[in-house]
Design a protein around this ligand. Structure first.
Ligand code: FES
Length: 105
C-alpha cells in the first residue's frame, strides 16, 4: 500500500491507501474521491483523469501516447499535468500529491 494524497480544487485533501500495482485513477474511483471522471476506464482515450502532480515526484515520464492524449486538455495543461490512469502506484511514490483540476473537460 502507498498513500496517495488527492487535493480537490477547493484544497480539500483526500488521503487514500492505494494498493501497489493499482493506478492513481483507480485509487480515486474506488475511494470516492471526487473530480476524476475516468470516462474511458483507463484505456487512454478520454483524458478525463487529468491531474497535476506536485513537484519532485519520482515518476517515469509520460509515454508518447499519454503526452498526445494530454493535448486533449490543452486549455488546462501545465508542465506537471499527467493522466492518473497512467500512473501505477509503487511504494516509491508513497505520499504522492496529485491536484485535481477544476473540470475534466
Ligand atoms: S481514464 Fe481515460 S485517459 Fe485516463
Amino acid at each position: 500500500m502507498a498513500t496517495i494524497v488527492y487535493v480537490s480544487p477547493d484544497d480539500v485533501r483526500h488521503e487514500v491507501e492505494v494498493p501497489v500495482g493499482m493506478t492513481v485513477m483507480s485509487g480515486a474511483l474506488q475511494n470516492n474521491v471526487p473530480g476524476i471522471d475516468a470516462e474511458c476506464g483507463g484505456c487512454l482515450s478520454c483524458a478525463t483523469c487529468h491531474v497535476y502532480v506536485d513537484g519532485g515526484a519520482d515518476l517515469p515520464p509520460p509515454s508518447k501516447d499519454e503526452a498526445e492524449m494530454l493535448d486533449a486538455v490543452a486549455a488546462s495543461r501545465r508542465p506537471e499535468s499527467r493522466l492518473s490512469c497512467q500512473i501505477v502506484v509503487t511504494q516509491s511514490i508513497d505520499r504522492l500529491i496529485v491536484r485535481i483540476p477544476e473540470t475534466q473537460s
